[in-house]
Design a protein around this ligand. Structure first.
Ligand code: GDP
Ligand code: MN
Length: 328
C-alpha cells in the first residue's frame, strides 16, 4: 500500500476488511510505501491490525520526484492549464508523482525485491466477500500476470497524447506487442488477425482500462525489459507531467499489448468497493456462499457500477479478453 500518514483511519479500514475477508487465513506481509517517513503512530496501529508482518519504507526521492527531463516552465504552464480546465486532479503535482511512481517505480522498491507477486491496496476500500481462495496461488498456478476486478472508461482529457505515444513506442519496438495480446479490448478498430497495431490506419484507444486501485500482479512483468522500455518511452515523452496520465491506463495498455490475453485475469468472485464504484459476484449462490455484503444499489451517495452499465468495459473484456466464460 502506497499511502500518506494522514490516511491512517482509511488505511486501517482497508486492512481490517482485507484481513477479515482473506489475509487472516494466510498472514501475508503488508508493505507500506510513502514519499515521506511514516510516523510511529502509523506503524504501531497498522502493525496491530496486520495478521502477518508489516514493513515500511520511504521512497527514494529520485523514484518519486519529477525527472530531470521535465522542463519546469512548461510543466508549470501545463499544470495551470489543467487546473483552469478543471480536469480531475489536474491541479496536483503530487498526484502526477504518484501516477508516475505507480507506473514505473513501485516494483523496483527494495522491500519488494524478494517478491514475485503483489496485491495493491488503497486506503478506504472494502472487500465484500470471503475470498475462500488464495489469489496469489491462483496467479502462480494459472500463470497469470495481471489481475483486476473493475474496468471502466478513462477521462479523455487526462491523456490526450497517451495513445499516439504508445503507437510511436510500438513503431520503435516492433517486437514489443504479444502475438496473442488483448489489443482489441483497448482499441476501437479491430486489427486483422494478430497484426501489430497499424499506426498508419489510426487505430484509436477506446479509453478502457483496468481500475488499478485494485491490482494483483506479477512483479516480474513490470520488471521485464519490454515493460521498462515502454515505461521509459512514456516517461521521457513527458505526458505524466505535461498531461496527467494515470497509472491505470498506463498499466492497462501495457497488459493489453505486451501480455498474452490469457495472462490477464478478471477475478469474478471478489466483491470490491473503491469510491465511487463497486462490483460484486453476479451469481447469487456465490454471494451467499462467500458471505458477501454487497452495497445497496439504491444508496443515493453511491454511484455503483453494475458490470453491464455503459461506462463499464467488462462486456468488452468478455468479448475480446480471456473472459469468454460462457463458452469455456
Ligand atoms: P484516486 O483513487 O485516484 O482518487 O487517488 P488516491 O488519492 O486514492 O491516490 C491513489 C493512491 O496513491 C492511494 O493509495 C494514496 O494513498 C496514494 N497517494 C496519492 N498521493 C500520494 C502522495 O502524495 N504521497 C503518498 N505517499 N501516497 C499518495
Ligand atoms: Mn484511491
Amino acid at each position: 500500500m502506497l499511502c500518506r500518514n494522514w490516511e491512517l483511519p482509511d488505511v486501517l479500514r482497508s486492512m481490517r476488511s482485507l484481513e477479515d475477508r482473506f489475509n487472516k487465513d494466510y498472514h501475508y506481509t503488508w508493505t507500506f510505501l510513502n514519499d515521506v517517513d511514516f510516523t510511529e503512530l502509523f506503524k504501531l496501529e497498522t502493525t496491530a491490525m496486520a495478521s502477518g508482518d508489516t514493513q515500511y519504507a520511504t521512497i527514494p526521492a529520485e523514484d518519486w520526484n519529477t525527472p530531470w527531463y521535465i522542463n519546469e516552465t512548461k510543466y508549470n504552464e501545463c499544470v495551470k492549464k489543467f487546473t483552469e480546465e478543471n480536469i480531475i486532479y489536474g491541479f496536483s503535482k503530487s498526484y502526477r508523482n504518484m501516477c508516475h511512481f505507480n507506473s514505473g517505480y513501485f516494483y523496483k522498491q527494495e522491500l519488494l525485491k524478494n517478491y514475485d507477486y503483489y496485491f495493491r491496496v488503497e486506503p478506504g476500500v472494502e472487500y465484500f466477500c470471503d475470498f475462500q481462495m488464495d489469489p496469489f496461488r491462483l496467479m502462480r498456478e494459472q500463470k497469470k500476470k495481471y489481475g483486476f476486478v473493475i474496468s471502466i472508461i478513462e477521462y479523455e482529457e487526462t491523456i490526450p497524447t497517451l495513445w499516439p505515444t504508445v503507437e510511436d513506442f510500438l513503431h520503435e519496438y516492433p517486437d514489443a506487442q504479444n502475438a496473442n495480446s488483448a489489443v482489441e479490448f483497448v482499441t476501437n478498430k479491430e486489427p486483422i488477425g494478430f497484426a501489430v497495431l497499424d499506426v498508419e490506419t489510426n487505430s484509436a484507444y477506446n479509453l478502457c482500462h483496468f481500475w488499478s486501485n485494485f491490482e494483483i500482479g506479477d512483479l516480474n512483468f513490470f520488471r521485464s525489459d519490454v515493460y521498462e522500455a515502454y515505461f521509459t518511452y512514456l516517461s521521457k515523452s513527458g505526458g505524466f507531467h505535461y498531461e496527467r496520465w494515470g497509472d491505470a491506463p498506463v498499466h492497462s495498455i501495457a497488459a493489453a499489448l505486451l501480455l498474452d490475453k490469457n495472462e490477464i485475469h478478471r477475478f469474478e468472485d471478489i466483491g470490491y468497493y473503491h469510491n465511487p464504484f463497486h462490483t460484486c459476484p453476479s451469481s447469487n449462490n456465490m454471494r451467499i456462499g462467500k458471505r458477501c455484503i454487497c452495497r445497496d444499489e439504491d444508496e443515493d451517495d453511491e454511484q455503483p457500477i453494475s458490470d453491464l452499465e455503459p461506462n463499464s468495459c467488462l462486456t468488452k473484456w468478455w468479448k475480446y479478453g480471456s473472459g469468454k466464460r460462457f463458452i469455456r
